[in-house]
Design a protein around this ligand. Structure first.
Ligand code: CA
Length: 230
């Protein structure tokens, strides 16, 4: 089965998760400190198939841990446990490079289902088969490997970046509002500071645009949101 790292400093919660995941046949390690978790993940990149990562941790926050991993080019799937379901926290997690999130308190069955989703995608990727691709403006977005190919360069995206880019491309020529991005791409329905989206756009422009300061594809539509044009 799969190897799972749980990074959680609430011993009671970590033990409960370990018990249930081991009962499903997984191999589970628990780490209660953010820095130690980061050290462990960086010492052996192939050690885990998925990471369950709490936000509030001693040592380093979950946001910092996932950001460090992604900066180092380490793309193990990460499910973040956010203390509150505040959209700002969720967006910060996505921005740092998390693949999915679950607000605390959560139902165990929901957590198990989310982990199965992340593991399924990983297993699927390790098999040799045709990947679904989206081709636009001379670029290719691999929807399964989460890889954007521009000429001879390839960029590894997070799931959230990939979802946003896909949404914009599929709505090419149409201005989409920040609110619809929050609701339709990331399923966040509460009022939130939509400026977080702007940071994602800045990053996508770095991948997509020849000159990110003068975008030709990912345009800002003043007072509305964004528009992708070929
Ligand atoms: Ca905690």
């Amino acid at each position: 089965m799969s190897r799972i790292l749980i990074v959680e400093d609430e011993v009671h919660l970590a033990d409960g998760l370990r018990f249930n995941l081991e009962a499903e046949g997984h191999t589970v390690d628990v780490e209660g400190d953010g820095q130690l978790a980061l050290d462990r993940l960086q010492a052996n990149r192939a050690a885990y198939d998925v990471v369950v990562l709490d936000v509030m941790l001693p040592g380093r926050t979950g946001f910092e841990v996932v950001k460090q991993l992604r900066t180092a080019g380490h793309y193990v799937p990460v499910l973040m446990l956010t203390a509150r379901s505040r959209p700002a926290d969720v967006l910060q997690g996505f921005e740092a490079g998390a693949d999915d999130y679950l607000p605390k308190p959560f139902e165990l069955q929901i957590l198990l289902a989310r982990l199965r989703g992340l593991l399924r995608r990983r297993q699927w990727l390790q098999q040799d088969h045709e990947h679904e691709q989206l081709v636009f403006a001379g670029r290719t977005l691999d929807l399964e490997a989460l890889e954007l190919r521009v000429g001879d360069k390839a960029y590894q995206l997070t799931q959230m970046e990939c979802d946003l880019l896909q949404y914009l491309v599929r709505n090419a020529g149409r201005a989409v509002s920040r609110k619809s991005i929050l609701e339709e791409v990331w399923d966040l329905r509460e009022d939130t500071d939509t400026r977080a989206i702007d940071n994602f756009i800045v990053r996508l422009r770095r991948y997509l645009e020849a000159d990110p300061t003068k975008p030709k594809h990912l345009l800002t539509v003043r007072g509305v949101g964004y528009k992708f044009v070929e």
